[in-house]
Design a protein around this ligand. Structure first.
Ligand code: CP
Length: 314
């Protein structure tokens, strides 16, 4: 099984299965009252992390999950420079070779098409860890898992998506997954030049997600009570030319002290990395999940996926 795009999850049971495996795995390991390493479920399996773009969370959490399951990790954190890509090797050739070393490949690449090339040609399962401005399916899985764990369910939620909705791959994957739930209301807060593309607005329309676009976060929050505020940074590396206006995050889209005080009981999420779109005064709040629940769910979901791909389906 490859994990390439959230489009591949056609019904909510598909992702609930992954959540159930994740919960069962966490519970089983907790019941054994031991560190995950003492339960080497994947002792004879190797994961290759092949990252052509920088990463803190995705690579480390996949590698942490694999270590905790007793598996082996081979890794390059800068494949553009330190793999033979730098000598002109094609992605297809690299995957052919790494597929002889590893049982699963976790791939991050700046090119949208790379994940689909891997889907077609790799001889071992591939997990898309981010393909340019396309998608980031494992981030969306952990985000929805975080919402479900924190708020009890995902149905009927009012969710603010703020920031770079045009190039933000976590946003794209999240919209695919949210479309599997009932009565989702989105509030889209972004500069006009970074608003959600028609492709994703059409998905919302076709799948029954209601959405409203706002010119500022303060305006959105003063007119609505919401359940989740999901902030994102401006994806500067995806902009060929960045207008002066967007070099710094516009004040009206930031979550500062005022906006936080207006946000009622809403949980605050961010896939990270953060630039300056959330004021650090928010970080210590129990409602801020980006350094706590989201990080923990990142390891858990990725462990669930690795277990599911490498163990349960064998
Ligand atoms: N959320 C996320 O993808 O973070 P990294 O870029 O640090 O992996």
């Amino acid at each position: 099984m490859n994990i390439i795009s959230c489009k591949q999850f056609e019904k909510r049971e598909d992702i609930q299965d992954i959540f159930d495996i994740t919960e069962k795995l966490s519970l089983r390991l907790a019941h054994m009252n031991c560190h995950w390493l003492a339960s080497p479920i994947l002792w004879n399996k190797t994961m290759a992390s092949l990252f052509y773009e920088p990463s803190t969370r995705t690579r480390f959490s996949f590698e942490t999950a694999m270590h905790r399951l007793g598996g082996n990790v081979i890794s390059t954190e800068n494949a553009s420079q330190f793999s033979s890509h730098a000598k002109g090797e094609s992605l297809e050739d690299t995957l052919a070779v790494i597929g002889r070393y590893a049982d699963v490949i976790v791939l991050r690449h700046p090119d949208r098409e790379a994940a689909y090339i891997a889907d077609r040609c790799a001889k071992v399962p591939v997990i898309n860890a981010g393909n340019g401005d396309g998608e980031h399916p494992t981030q969306a899985l952990l985000d929805v898992f975080t919402i479900q764990k924190s708020l009890g369910s995902v149905d009927n939620k009012k969710i603010v998506l703020a920031g770079d909705l045009k190039y933000g791959r976590t946003i794209h994957s999240l919209i695919h997954l949210l479309s599997l739930y009932d009565n989702i209301n989105l509030h889209l807060v972004s500069p006009v030049d970074l608003s959600l593309s028609n492709e994703y607005k059409d998905i919302c329309k076709n799948k029954g997600i209601k959405f409203t676009e706002w010119q500022s976060l303060k305006e959105c929050l003063s007119n609505n009570s919401v359940d989740v505020i999901y902030m994102t940074r401006i994806q500067k590396e995806r902009h060929e030319t960045l207008t002066q206006r967007l070099r710094t995050y516009p004040e009206s889209w930031k979550l500062g002290e005022t906006e936080f005080n207006m946000s009622g009981e809403a949980v605050i999420m961010h896939p990270l990395p953060r630039n300056d779109e959330i004021n650090s005064c928010v970080d210590q709040s129990k409602r801020a999940l980006y350094f706590t629940t989201q990080i923990d769910c990142g390891i858990a979901i990725r462990a669930g996926l690795l277990y599911s791909i490498l163990f349960e389906r064998n």
